[in-house]
Design a protein around this ligand. Structure first.
Ligand SMILES: Nc1ncnc2c1ncn2[C@@H]1O[C@H](COP(=O)(O)OP(=O)(O)O)[C@@H](O)[C@H]1O
Ligand SMILES: [Mg+2]
Length: 371
């Protein structure tokens, strides 16, 4: 039998989506074939420590993994940056005999800043380790909702209008900001951190007097905040898989249990519904799939992404909301469900993502000679 592929699954991370990542990672690990992969786990704590974890994956969701990993720290440490001989050693695991072993591929199951935003991708790039998902630039551009808008406006994809506000403008300029919303966006509006996810810091603002509080809330998570025009519509999602020739899945619909798809509706109350495939006109589904592929290419994505849309009530207009380069992988998450409904079961999806990582790594090789 062929040698197993040594894969490192990174989970947790310094982000407000740390907990979601642990649940995503558990689900990825459950669907990764141990006969095919030599699986290693590294958990990143909220304080930024990287801990090798050898325990049962059932302890990921509860957070108990951390205590178990710490107890084994002395015998099972991962190589720290300080004692790395070259960049290649930045990501390596120490085997039972104490020797360091390089890894074949990394799967950063990390959501949000410091994980999905190009930072960890940069570390893996420097280390020369192939990794699942988007590269530095596309991860960063998709994490930052303003940059996503700038690139996709250029590609001619419809999106909600917005106003950008910086954290230190909020207190002194709230009256000016309110007037700008009156003139350009209208009420209700949506306030969100430019760089965040899982609806953390997102609020719907109906009245001008609630704007300040919403801006303060969003500003906890990012220095840059977007105030967006409210789109009254259905929420539709499409999964993308591939590198230069990406494929689009069937389209799914989210029916949030709350007024909008907030953190509670996404992960806590268990009452939101997903409908796959969405009950929409075939030409609307086709438009969504086309926009999803176009957006993926325009942003230079690779491997995977989930592209989220609104279908506006009344006008039937398709409006792109955002693109997630490391979408949720929990049991209830759309990404794997959309592929299962499109003919790719979860374990095969993992295999394909890892193959795409190797392919992308080959494509990214460049010469440093000037001949
Ligand atoms: N402009 C908007 N109009 C209507 N609903 C919105 C708008 N922006 C966000 N929402 C609602 O808030 C949710 C979270 O916002 P989103 O921009 O997707 O942030 P996140 O990256 O945290 O998922 C969306 O799924 C949707 O329910
Ligand atoms: Mg979203």
């Amino acid at each position: 039998m062929d040698k197993k592929i040594r894969v490192v699954v990174l989970f947790g991370g310094q982000s407000s989506e740390h907990e979601v990542s642990r649940i995503s990672a558990k689900s990825v690990l459950e669907n990764m074939d141990p006969n095919r992969y030599d699986i290693h786990m590294i958990g990143i704590t909220k304080n930024g420590e990287w801990l090798r974890y050898n325990g049962d994956i059932k302890h990921l969701a509860s957070g108990e993994w951390e205590g178990i990993a710490r107890a084994n720290l002395i015998s099972e440490s991962i190589r720290a940056v300080g004692d790395a001989a070259t960049c290649m050693d930045l990501i390596a695991v120490r085997g039972q005999d104490g020797r360091t072993e390089t890894v074949d591929v990394a799967f950063p199951v990390l959501h949000g800043p410091n994980g999905e935003d190009g930072s960890v991708q940069g570390l893996l790039q420097l280390a020369g380790v192939p990794y699942v998902g988007c590269d530095i630039l596309s991860s960063a551009a998709c994490m930052d909702k303003e940059f996503t808008k700038l690139v996709l406006n250029n590609a001619g994809i419809p999106q909600a209008g917005y106003i950008k506000v910086l954290r230190d403008e909020i207190e002194g300029s709230i009256q000016v900001i309110k007037s700008m919303v009156d003139e350009r966006i209208g009420w209700p509006c949506f306030v969100k951190p430019a760089n965040a996810g899982s609806s953390v810091g997102v609020s719907k603002v109906r009245e001008p007097e609630n704007l300040l509080e919403a801006l303060r809330q969003a500003a906890k998570y990012d220095n840059k905040i977007l105030i967006e025009e409210f789109i009254d519509g259905r929420e539709l999602e499409c999964a993308i898989l591939g590198n230069q020739h990406p494929m689009a899945s069937v389209v799914g619909e989210i029916k949030p249990s709350n007024e909008f798809y907030d953190y509670n509706a996404k992960y806590l109350d268990g009452k939101s519904d997903t409908i796959i495939p969405a009950d929409i006109e075939p030409q609307v589904a086709e438009q969504i799939r086309n926009y999803a592929v176009k957006a993926f290419k325009a942003l230079g994505c690779s491997g995977l992404s989930r592209v989220d849309f609104f279908l506006e009530n009344g006008t039937n207009k398709v409006i792109l909301n955002e693109i997630n380069t490391m979408p949720g992988f929990t049991e209830i998450s759309m990404y794997s469900k959309l592929w299962a409904a499109s003919g790719i079961p979860y374990p095969e999806l993992i295999d394909r993502l890892i193959q795409l990582a190797f392919e992308k790594h080959e494509q990214s090789i460049r010469s440093y000679e000037r001949t």
